[in-house]
Write a protein that binds this ligand. Structure first.
Ligand SMILES: Cc1cc2nc3c(=O)[nH]c(=O)nc-3n(C[C@H](O)[C@H](O)[C@H](O)COP(=O)(O)OP(=O)(O)OC[C@H]3O[C@@H](n4cnc5c(N)ncnc54)[C@H](O)[C@@H]3O)c2cc1C
Length: 811
């Protein structure tokens, strides 16, 4: 019997053992890991063991680079081999589009510090002599990638954790979690209760069910994942690199002189929707050669030797996948000190070292060690854990691994979860929809005769001219955007102002009817959120934030409510539709439909008040994300269709147009309006982001992060957000491109779009220089963006690319 522990980890796979290992490395001794079966007996034991380093963000890549470093040195520390071998990897392209992606990946890899080389098909053939290459366009070679033995890594981590003082118990099942006052208080197990204030759910594909017991949303679902292993093949040695042929959906690695070949077929088979069978340990699923056929056919095309090879093993094992193909890390918003590390989407072996360390640091410091938003558990809402939604979604997600990562690529499954009241109207007006946080949102509008379907490519996509027209309507006439998906929180009560003053960097102590643009910062001065706060009354505020941030911001506000404060926070997202009426003729249009005085004196920028539109009373807020005169109308959901109709009845002759999110992105990038999660993250301060104007250091109630900002005020900025206008009007960056100064990589693009007013692409991104990024640094350097391997000169600036008072560039 174990009476109590400082932390209890559930699950003895590679992730749970990594968390235990790293907690002990951070000095925690009283750590207990419980495994219902035997260590590694869940999914870990049958993983293929590929470790590819490049991920979609620099911080996720950093996690895997750390795994590589750790797996290489664990044997020396613990005496247990990990099977780590740095054999490198070759990824091949069968098509030009795939090659564009590989080139982009290689540029990004190099910017992240991973050596990557674009190589010819001939050189790919030399590196992988068994491979057929005459049908290839080219390849990328990453020498630092490798492979490991998953069960051995798990044992090595377990040994290291034990040596550090952790207690690892096999054959003990966690059957419940005791929660007191919203926080973890203990666990119930098959071997009796354990008191603990910290629970770490690393239960792999069981994690959703374990979370559900405590009201914690862990959206993951298992899918069948298959590979074969052959008998030895002539010419195969352990030095052979890992091979990925994503157009053929397959990966291949050497295994005891033979080949292990598996892959990600376009639509996978979900498994275990209702529950995972009892006692599922060191078990596999039924062979399914029919499902495997697509992989086999493609693999034989690439490696003809496979055709006659004898198959030693067919392995079909379940692995958990999440709705967006990123893993799940962090403290659950529903229960304090309830942590999750699960849903590794077939990358758990590669990620476990870094993810385990990050989670251990998160637990010890009570905050994430770096910006891990892509993997953060707070990116989900409860609907994500609906088994039907998950079942449908994960089937598609598996294939996404090897899809070409075209910009704007939308998923097709699990759609239509949340719909604006304008949905049917926008559909009738030929909207092409995308999905964000379950919301269907209009990305662009197709004219008659054009299908409202995005045709993907890395160049100008089919919607380019239509989004350009929407953009022009917002700059030159008037456009209506459906922004209903904004997350909206009502903060009410006698202490509402005091609470928000503490949370917000700007001064929200304004009279009713005023809007304040502000950040909510962490103790380090980084952005937890970037939002607007509208004072509705002495004791009421409307907080409006990004569509994807609702869960996170609600969590941040709730966890910072002082005990006994007279304040309530209510999520009113679904109660209000939002219509953005934007453009120089918006005043005329809204004047016509409301009869209200919307002149500058009566309704200045930053004002918010109720006005009548038809039979509805709507809240009009004079604010903009597109950089033009405009109002956001907050309309009760039931009345939104009527208000939209009235706008159209009266606005046709003013040049009114429906506009979508692609036009908005272009408009906001030209004006350098920041987006949370891109230009402003938990690692960026207002000084670095150029948002010092929205900070009030001298407020009576000091805000969270103030001390950090004060300590850095006036210091040279070693990192700073710049804007870029590309000189070549044909160049099209999409985001993440390396930024070069005098030929040296100094940063990466956070957002990019084609600026239709400027006639060329615009971008934003952080640039780093230890001595400080200032005007002189900007003026004396020659900047360029690496767009898919091409260096495109760009004009860098601290100011917005588009300034109506300044010079307009036209191509
Ligand atoms: C065929 C296949 C090939 C793969 N290839 C690769 C690869 O090449 N590279 C890569 O990076 N990844 C790969 N993966 C993915 C990788 O295996 C997983 O991401 C990883 O093993 C997940 O580890 P885990 O610790 O989260 O889960 P698991 O290993 O499943 O561990 C979870 C543990 O929790 C225990 N548990 C659950 N509930 C309870 C409870 N209530 N009480 C106590 N214990 C409990 C389970 O028994 C289990 O042992 C592959 C997966 C498959 C299926």
């Amino acid at each position: 019997m174990i009476g109590s522990a400082r932390a209890v980890i559930v699950g003895g796979g590679i992730v749970g053992t990594s968390v235990a290992y790293h907690l002990t490395k951070l000095g925690w001794r009283d750590v207990v890991l419980l495994e219902q079966g035997s260590l590694s007996g869940g999914t870990t034991w049958h993983a293929a063991g590929l470790v590819g380093q490049l991920r979609s963000s620099s911080n996720l890549t950093r996690l895997i680079r750390y795994s590589v470093d750790l797996y290489g040195r664990l044997e020396a520390e613990t005496g247990q081999s990990t099977g780590w071998k740095q054999c490198g990897s070759v990824s091949v392209a069968r098509t030009t589009e795939r090659m564009i992606q590989l080139r982009r990946n290689a540029s990004v890899a190099n910017a992240y510090g991973i050596e990557a080389h674009v190589i010819s098909r001939e050189e790919a053939g030399r590196r992988y002599p068994l491979m057929r290459t005459d049908d290839l366009v080219g390849a990328v070679w990453i020498p630092g990638d490798g492979k490991a033995n998953p069960a051995d890594v798990t044992q090595a981590l377990a040994r290291g954790a034990r040596a550090g003082g952790a207690l690892l118990r096999e054959g003990v099942k966690v059957t419940g979690v005791r929660i007191e006052r919203g926080a973890v208080a203990g666990v119930e197990t098959s071997a009796g209760p354990i008191a603990t204030s910290i629970l770490v759910n690393c239960a792999g594909m069981w994690a959703r069910e374990l979370g559900r017991m405590s009201g914690v949303t862990v959206p993951l679902h298992a899918c069948e994942h298959m590979y074969i292993v052959t008998q030895p093949i002539a010419g195969v040695s352990s030095d052979l690199p890992v091979l990925r042929d994503p157009d053929g959906h397959v990966y291949v690695k050497e295994e005891v002189g033979g080949l292990l070949m598996g892959g990600f077929d376009p639509w996978a088979k979900p498994w275990g929707t209702d529950r995972i069978p009892d006692g599922f340990s060191f078990q596999t699923l039924k062979e399914d050669w029919e499902k495997f056929e697509i992989l086999m056919t493609n693999a034989v095309q690439r490696l003809p030797a496979l055709e006659s090879a004898e198959v030693r093993t067919f392995l079909n094992g379940p692995e958990s996948f999440t709705p967006d193909n990123y893993f799940i890390l962090g403290e659950a918003p529903e229960v304090r000190r309830y942590y999750v590390g699960a849903g590794f989407c077939s990358g758990g072996i590669a990620a476990a070292g870094g993810a385990g360390r990050a989670l251990a640091e998160w637990i010890v410091d009570d905050r994430p060690p770096m910006d891990l938003w892509q993997a953060d558990i707070r990116r989900f809402a409860p609907f994500h854990a609906d088994p039907r939604f998950l079942r449908e979604r994960v089937s598609e997600i598996v294939g996404v691994h090897y899809n070409i990562a075209f910009p704007n690529r939308e998923l097709t499954s699990g759609r239509g979860v949340r719909r604006s009241p304008l949905h049917e109207r926008l559909r009738a007006r030929r909207a092409a929809f995308g999905a964000k946080m379950g919301w269907e949102r209009a990305n662009w509008f197709a004219p008659e005769g054009v299908e409202p379907e995005t045709v993907y490519s890395f160049g100008r996509q089919n919607w380019f001219p239509y989004a350009a027209a929407e953009h022009r309507a917002a700059r030159e006439a008037v456009a209506v955007f459906d922004q209903t998906s904004f997350a909206k929180l009502l903060v009410q009560g006698a202490d509402a102002e005091a609470v928000l003053q503490r949370l917000c960097a700007n001064d929200v102590g304004v009279p009713a009817g005023h809007i304040v643009y502000t950040g909510m910062l962490n103790e380090q001065g980084g952005y937890e959120s970037d939002l607007t706060v509208t004072r509705l009354a002495a004791d009421a505020y409307l907080v409006v934030t990004g569509s994807a941030q609702g869960t996170r911001d609600l969590d941040w506000i709730r966890r910072h409510l002082p005990g006994g404060a007279q304040v309530t926070v209510t999520d009113v997202t679904d109660a209000w539709a939002v219509l953005g009426v934007m453009g120089p003729r918006s005043r005329e249009l809204l004047g016509r439909v409301s009869g209200a005085d919307l002149g500058n004196a009566a309704f200045p920028f930053g004002g918010s008040r109720e006005i009548p539109i038809g039979p509805a009373t709507v809240r009009a807020s004079r604010i903009t994300y597109v950089g033009e005169l405009g109002w956001e109308l907050y309309v009760p959901v039931a009345e939104a269709p009527g208000v939209y109709d009235v706008l159209w009845e009266r606005g046709g002759d003013l040049g009114l147009r429906d506009a979508g999110y692609y036009a908005m992105d272009s408009l906001r990038c030209e004006k350098a309006y920041r987006a949370w999660g891109r230009e402003v993250t938990t690692e960026d301060t207002p000084w670095e982001a150029g948002l010092g104007f929205a900070v009030r250091l001298d407020k009576a109630i000091p805000f969270i992060g103030r001390e950090a900002l004060l300590s850095r005020r006036g210091q040279p900025l070693a990192k700073r957000l710049l804007t870029f206008v590309l000189e070549d009007p044909a160049a099209l960056p999409w985001g993440d491109e390396p930024i070069l100064r005098d030929g040296r990589v100094v940063g990466a693009v956070t957002s990019a779009a084609f600026g239709h007013t400027l006639g060329r692409a615009v971008a934003m991104g952080y640039v780093r220089e230890p001595a400080g990024v200032d005007e002189r640094y900007i003026e004396t350097g020659a900047f360029a963006l690496d767009v898919g391997g091409e260096r495109v000169p760009a004009r860098a600036s601290l100011a917005a690319p588009y300034d109506p008072r300044g010079l307009r560039i036209k191509s």
